[in-house]
Design a protein around this ligand. Sequence first.
Ligand SMILES: [Zn+2]
Length: 419
Amino acid sequence: MSVLIKDVLLEGVVTSIYIEGNRIAAIGDKARVEADTTIDGRSRAAVPGFVNTHTHAAMTLLRSYADDLSLREWLEKAIWPRESKIEPEDIYWGTKLACLEMIKGGTTAFNDMYFHMDQAARAVKEMGIRAVLSEGFIDLRDPDLGQQLLKKQQAVIKKIEGVGTDRVRAALGPHAIYRVSRESLQALKELSDSKGYMIHLHLAETKREVEDCISEQGVRPVKYLEGLGVLSRQLLAAHCCWVDQEEIDLLARDGVKVANCPTSNMKFASGSLPYRAMREAGVLVSLGTDGAASNNNLDMLESMKFAGLLQKFASGDPTVAPASEVFEMATLGGARALGLDSGLLEEGRLADIALIDLRRPELNPRHDLRSLLVYSAHGNVVDTVICDGQVLMKGRKVAGEAEIVRKAAEVGRDLASRE
Ligand SMILES: [Zn+2]
């Protein structure tokens, strides 16, 4: 299977991109060869597919179910009671809807944590994008319950791996330090070490999490994890709004990856990630939308804008987080965080590509495309999406779209009214 994208704008030059199998085989003159599928790239720009490094895909079902609350109130009064009613089939449809929305916004890979993740794996496989999937692990700090959940976690991993595609990978998902026992965190780290699984958790999202950690454990969250031996290159920590310089240095030292989730952080007034200090320390910062119930969409272009604006607003310095850095956060940064050979359009890289429709009014005049994508555009400027060498969207059309929207809306309505 081969795809030729002809006469497309790439880094300011009109060229061609030839894809063979799931990788970019050639760019430029040598790419002008016959292919099974040819895409007219005129009036389009090729950019790497966006990588969303923190979300809860099936929370699309709870989009707009509860807004304008504090994080605790939102979770305790609205979300957790509804999540207790979720059935496996709901996750399948919620994840299908999320994948559809992500594809329509140019996202080709995401890092997800939720429940019944074997169903999410089935949905992702069908939709054609990439995902790292972790079953949310919550033992309410009861190590005995943790033991049982550890077995469950391994059983779900087996099912995720059983879907049989390289696009879907399993990871470990301890929800957050305030809902998982130290014994379980350490056991998950051991499993991560022995099997190479990534660990995905929420960390230092709110000021309260830090205060509670200090009063219960005597140290701040990152220090606490260091003490447990959990910090590593395999750890991806979402949010990290409330980390001090010593913690930033620890994250950098141990190669911990961070998912910045500015839209969700702004909506809950949680805070903002200390981006400049992290960048100076060498921490890898990627970009996540968080779930659609706290964003309320999965639009990485919109999240890029918020990432830039929040940093400027919070620091009082408009030079912080320039467009080029934010664009990299959403592409190469995400690919590196998830260990994917994508995020750049180069020969030999995975063919995960979004084509931008340059005829859109908000993309003209075009003094600086990256700046336009970060500050001016939304996901609907994406015209075509290719992931793993397969064309998933062309002319903004995705196969089966109407049925996915109809079915997910029905499931979401049913979930909201379940007794
Ligand atoms: Zn989250």
